[in-house]
Design a protein around this ligand. Structure first.
Ligand code: FES
Ligand code: FES
Length: 412
């Protein structure tokens, strides 16, 4: 008798590991099953060239190539694509060596506001590679899967037609695929076509630098947080000895590669309200024992910021059998993230360390850190930070009022 096949069911929030090749680079991600390919590209890999319009498969803004064919990235779950090869608009050409389609869009003023441009470029690429003989009169229908809000189809069609005429014998392939194509924006302070993940990918690909050199001046943020854990020092030591487990305790962080010699590559995400930061970087563990871990780390945000940090955590036994965990960090910020201001960035960082300490406590007690809870609900971090400040302010005002109250109220 044939028994019915048992199918494993994956919950929407369950984290699934997926490996895919994006613009020629292999990337490994751990994502909740509900994350779409467009969100994975934009939020997890920093490839914001893929635009998102309707998220219903109608507008075509999110078009990318999946195994060589055009596909709506908003209609695919990233975890469906294990082993797939994805090409996004960032992979099409380089700033200093554009793809013919990109050149033609510029030349014929097909860029207009630019919102639909990535979708049109990837759709046109798909069209001209699959149908190199396509005629001009068929272009409106062939490209109707992408909607332009600027209604400037004439210029777009002129551009695609010119490229079709020039490349009947075969369209040049994407010109920016390889480990240099993982990020679309160049952060401040990085010249040429470099970008955050490029740098990280370069560093990861070439091993690691000799050391992380921290700026010599005053850090942007100095953090000192002491948390009281109910776990015993022996239990906490187990977490301290396991860098992978330790990384999973840090909200929004993911260790992506062990580079040897106590070097690690990873990424971390945080969202401050509408601003999403996605850091790729390296960490070097300088000292690791049962009660102390010391490391330097550096990362670059795909949107143009940088962070370097000196971090030390010390676990000390308490009389009641618990552990006191002290975290000290000097953080140096550059780029747009530095614009948040020391005070707010400091509050948010401190709160992250507190969340980290709670996760260490749970991990020390044998609980697996909750991967689905990451990245941190940084909006809630922000809210709770602001709420704390408001509470402090209200307390100060009340105290000031009490101080002003006539002293003789009860007869004094
Ligand atoms: S965002 Fe995917 S089709 Fe509109
Ligand atoms: S150029 Fe503006 S939406 Fe198409």
């Amino acid at each position: 008798m044939n028994l019915p096949e048992t199918r494993a069911r994956t919950e929407a929030d369950q984290t699934v590991a997926v490996t895919m090749t994006v613009n020629g680079s292999e990337v490994a991600m751990s994502l909740p099953a509900r994350v779409t390919l467009s969100d994975a590209l934009r939020d997890h890999l920093g490839l914001t060239g893929t635009h998102v319009g309707c998220e219903h498969g109608i507008c075509g803004m999110c078009t990318v190539l999946v195994d060589g064919d055009a596909a709506r990235a908003c209609l695919l779950f990233a975890v469906q694509l294990d082993g797939a090869e994805i090409t996004t608009v960032e992979g099409l050409g380089r700033q200093d060596d554009l793809h013919p389609l990109q050149e033609a869009f510029g030349k014929h003023h097909g860029l207009q506001c630019g919102f639909c441009t990535p979708g049109f470029l990837m759709s046109s690429y798909d069209l001209l590679t699959h149908e190199p003989e396509v005629r001009r009169e068929d272009l409106p229908a062939e490209l109707s899967g992408v909607l332009c809000r600027c209604t400037g189809y004439r210029n777009i069609i002129d551009a695609v037609d010119e490229v079709a005429e020039a490349h009947r014998d075969g369209l040049p392939g994407p010109g920016n695929c390889g480990k240099h194509a993982l990020v679309g924006r160049t952060p401040a302070g990085v010249s040429g076509s470099g970008a955050a993940a490029e740098v990280a990918a370069d560093e990861a690909a070439s091993g690691h630098p000799d050391e992380i050199t921290l700026p010599s001046g005053e850090p942007t943020i100095g953090i000192e947080v002491t948390s009281q854990l109910s776990s015993s020092p022996e239990q906490v030591a187990r977490v301290f000895r396991d860098v992978r487990l330790l990384a999973r305790c840090l909200p929004g962080a993911e260790l992506t590669e062990e580079l040897g010699d106590d070097w690690y590559a990873g990424r971390a995400r945080i969202a401050l309200g509408p601003v999403r930061l996605s850091f790729h970087g390296l960490a070097q563990v300088l000292e690791q024992s049962d009660e102390r871990i010391r490391m330097n780390a550096q990362g670059k945000d795909t949107g143009g910021g940088g962070a370097q940090a000196r971090i030390e955590m010390v676990a000390a036994a308490r009389e009641d059998g618990g552990t006191s965990l002290q975290a000290d960090a000097d953080v140096f910020l550059t780029g747009r993230i530095a614009g948040f201001g020391r005070s707010l960035a400091g509050d948010v960082s401190r709160r992250m360390f507190e969340d980290f300490a709670r996760a260490v406590d749970r991990a020390a007690a044998g609980e697996e850190p909750d991967a689905s809870a990451r990245p941190p609900g940084a909006l809630s971090l922000l809210w709770s930070t602001l709420a704390d400040r408001t509470r402090q302010r209200v307390r100060r005002v009340r105290e000031a009022r009490r101080g002003r109250r006539p002293r003789g109220r009860h007869g004094a």
